[in-house]
Design a protein around this ligand. Structure first.
Ligand SMILES: Nc1nc2c(ncn2[C@@H]2O[C@H](COP(=O)(O)OP(=O)(O)OP(=O)(O)O)[C@@H](O)[C@H]2O)c(=O)[nH]1
Ligand SMILES: [Mg+2]
Length: 447
């Protein structure tokens, strides 16, 4: 995307640059500012973003094993994602059928094209789509939509002679009942830039008569940060509104438009990235920013950082265990941390020190995913006394715990055996002084 494209290069430069960290941060932030401002992002927003990045860079500490630069890239990624609307994912599938969407927007913003793109999108999701041509203003509007409907394979309703859009919309809804799961109404554009009042008034008139489930404001990305006022008024005027930003492919002001709309609190559901019917994408700020920053590398980096953060906690538990105060609560934490790592465990194996969890090949120390889940349930069914002194868990307690956790006494026994094995192993390690020191060093635990 023009304007924001230089962000990727900025990240690369920052991660590779030599020289002091402080200097590198300064020029990284300057690069980010330049990229955002050249994309027409509001200067005040850019300033606030830089301030937050600096503050977090000072305040937050990377987990051991992570570089400060990588950590800052993660912060930049998170802050940019917030600038474009944050991590939430709007619901795109209609909650009921038929579901009516009405498109509004200034002249030429891309409503008719977007109506067809939406039809194509939902058709691919397996819905029956109906398009209604309620633009009685623009010559040829009827034919334009009818052709697009045919191209996409959507049902179509229109009345070439009728002058009242409200009547067409009403009759269109009736006609498409039962034939369409989702009905998209295309309306006439009004002059933008100042003519917003007229646009919003007409929108209220048609919406009042037709009662759509959702009103979608279509905004041309070339509006840049000027989109703020329109989006804000629209957002205030209709609680059932969402926004689609079009023509992100053709302007250097896209960053400005997206951040301005996000700043109003309105939801951007889709973005248009070309003239073709399939060039409409669900808008997800996080993956949008990920792509801007060069997602391939970034994803690996973020995964590694996340693994390191979990690792830090795991190390603490391991440290406590090695210091000899082992009980069932620690086993619980250990299992929880390991299971939270989930798919990250592969990454974890690449981190030196952690491939070695306990220096043994003992089968009993290997736990599978499914076992971990069961064991957590089992431990949750234990009394405080049992948690602190698992030795007291005898046969009758095993039976009780099994019933409480929906498992079998055999599975409870297995966990108790695991606990005993861990405890024994730790004792052995401690007897061999050199090994303990080595292990502590590798885990980063002070001796
Ligand atoms: N490059 C690009 N062009 C687009 C995009 N969306 C729409 N357009 C083009 O923008 C022009 C106007 O699109 P329309 O869909 O006719 O706009 P409209 O809002 O219906 O216009 P009126 O009905 O006159 O108000 C057309 O040439 C489209 O091909 C997009 O995402 N990228
Ligand atoms: Mg149109």
């Amino acid at each position: 995307m023009p304007g924001l494209e230089s962000l990727r290069e900025a990240v690369r430069r920052f991660l590779r640059s030599s020289g002091t960290y402080e200097k590198a941060v300064d020029s990284f932030i300057r690069d980010i500012q330049r990229a955002l401002i050249s994309s027409d992002v509001n200067v005040k927003l850019v300033f606030e973003l830089s301030k937050r990045i600096r503050e977090r860079a000072l305040k937050e500490k990377p987990p051991p094993g992570a570089g400060r630069r990588e950590w800052l890239v993660k912060i930049v990624y998170e802050e940019l994602a917030k600038l474009f609307g944050g991590g939430g994912e709007p619901e795109l599938m209609p909650p009921r059928k038929p579901y009516t969407i009405m498109l509004v927007g200034v002249q030429g913003s891309g409503k008719t094209t977007t109506a067809a793109k939406l039809a194509y999108y939902y058709k691919k999701k397996g819905l029956r789509v109906g398009l209604v041509a309620a633009d009685t203003y623009r010559p040829g509007a009827y034919d334009q939509l009818r052709q697009l409907a045919e191209q996409v394979g959507a049902s179509f309703y229109g009345e070439p002679g009728e002058k009242d859009p409200v009547k067409i919309a009403r009759r269109g809804l009736r006609d498409l009942q039962g034939r369409a799961d989702i009905i998209i109404i295309d309306t006439a554009g009004r002059h933008g830039y100042g003519g917003e009042e007229a646009l919003l008034k007409e929108m209220r008139d048609i919406a009042g008569a037709v009662k759509p489930d959702e009103v979608v404001l279509v905004i041309d990305a070339a509006m840049g940060q000027k989109a703020y006022d329109l989006a804000r008024r629209f957002h205030e005027a209709t609680p059932i509104g969402s926004i689609i930003v079009t023509k992100l492919d053709g302007t250097a002001k896209g960053g400005g438009a997206l951040s301005a709309v996000a700043a109003t609190g309105a939801t951007i559901k889709f973005i248009g990235t070309g003239e073709k019917i399939e060039e409409l994408e669900p808008f997800r700020p996080k993956s949008f920013v990920g792509r801007l920053l060069g997602m391939g590398d970034l994803e690996a980096l973020l995964e590694r950082l996340e693994a390191l953060e979990h690792t830090e906690k795991l190390q603490k538990t391991m440290g406590e265990m090695l210091s000899g105060r082992i009980n069932m609560r620690m086993i619980y934490e250990q299992i929880q941390q390991i299971s939270k790592l989930g798919p990250l465990r592969k990454v974890l194996q690449m981190i030196p020190g952690l491939s070695l969890s306990l220096p043994t090949d003992d089968e009993k120390l290997r736990i599978t995913e499914e076992k971990m889940r069961k064991w957590l349930h089992i431990i949750e069914s234990m009394t405080y006394e049992e948690l602190d002194k698992p030795e007291i868990i005898d046969r009758s307690r095993m039976r009780r715990i099994a019933i409480g956790s929906g498992t079998s006494p055999e599975e409870v026994r297995e966990l108790v055996e695991y606990y005993k094995t861990v405890k024994r192993t730790i004792k052995q390690i401690k007897r061999r002084k050199g090994l303990l020191a080595k292990l502590q060093r590798q885990l980063g635990i002070p001796e």
